[in-house]
Ligand binder design. Sequence first.
Ligand SMILES: O=C(O)c1ccccc1NCC(=O)[C@H](O)[C@H](O)COP(=O)(O)O
Length: 398
Amino acid sequence: MEGLVSMKSSASSHPAAIGSLPRRPTFSIRRSQVTLPRVKRFSAAAASIRAQQFVQPDTMDASSAAREEPEIVLKAKEWEVGMLQNELAESQGIRIRRQPPTGPPLHYVGPFEFRIQNEGNTPRNILEEIVWHKDNEVHQLKQWKPIYTLKKAMEDALPTRDFVGALREANRRTGLPGLIAEVKKASPSRGVLRENFDPVEVAQSYEKGGAACLSVLTDAKYFQGSFENLEAIRKAGVKCPLLCKEFIVDAWQIYYARTKGADAILLIAAILPDLDIKYMIKICKVLGLAALVEVHDEREMDRVIGIEGVELIGINNRNLETFEVDISNTKKLLEGERGKLIREKGIIVVGESGLFTPEHIAYVQEAGVGAVLVGESLVKQSDPGQAISGLFGRDISS
Ligand SMILES: O=C(O)c1ccccc1NCC(=O)[C@H](O)[C@H](O)COP(=O)(O)O
């Protein structure tokens, strides 16, 4: 086969470069020879795949000849690169793996009936499942709306509003944490939270009840949300700045969120290596968006505190791998040196998940949060906006 293959990683050193952080290498057929990134260290599994690939000619049979087909070599390389990305992420304590683009090259069964175990082909927990699904979803969306079309759409997008400023102002006005109220129809842990869900009605109700900002879930498969909901809320004239609550795995999603009316986006430290967070924050700055960087444990908190430009850190009390909710997590992560450093840097901390009562709000406020993100306890009530007074123990609407 003469059309050999080259691999381009479109990661750019310019932070604001559109589409600069693809998880998947993109491939194109070229006449030149195979060009691959220098992969210095292979995982044991990847190395054994390579060993399988380079069999001696005199032991070749039909299946081993097939191994030399560029397409198959490419699949093996793709898998290796995926494995390497996961190894790098793991070195930062990230347990959530990315799905290798093609999965382990199972063609390499070979004459010895040798098979790499299917480990790596099945998500280990719900967060990993969501991320793998999201990777594929984004891959397809990018074909449908390439980045240059988003650039054009951004020219007509409504201006962004000051998400961080709105939280500060609410905190100053009420003496309570600023509220980010979540427009959330359903969740993997709780199922459907609100039947007859009307996102605009819920958003308007939250605004009336005193929310400083809103969080709008846009994931369809696991949360029954959508970008149409985000857009509809923005276009309905809701003044609260909007967080696009999405599982961001690719910079493309940030541009897309901007075209749909987002004022802020969520970056989850459990799924993004430091470099991705850093560049995505820079992209946000260029686009006028705020970034809420979410952590769940000490290691993630330490990573995120060290990233320049972080203004908002969310502490999720929900473990997204197990669904366990424990609001003392907020306190734990703000104790001692960490809390001190956060205060010195002027970072606003958002307490997220599992907040149901005025005591819960007081508890996380005492721990040091300047804002809270609340979904279930509000959205389940017949009048979500009115439920805000119940949650805070008083009317915060004026
Ligand atoms: O809510 C879930 O079940 C969930 C599962 C997997 C990943 C993320 C998930 N939720 C995202 C959130 O963190 C919450 O929507 C948000 O913090 C509000 O939480 P709550 O007030 O408990 O609804």
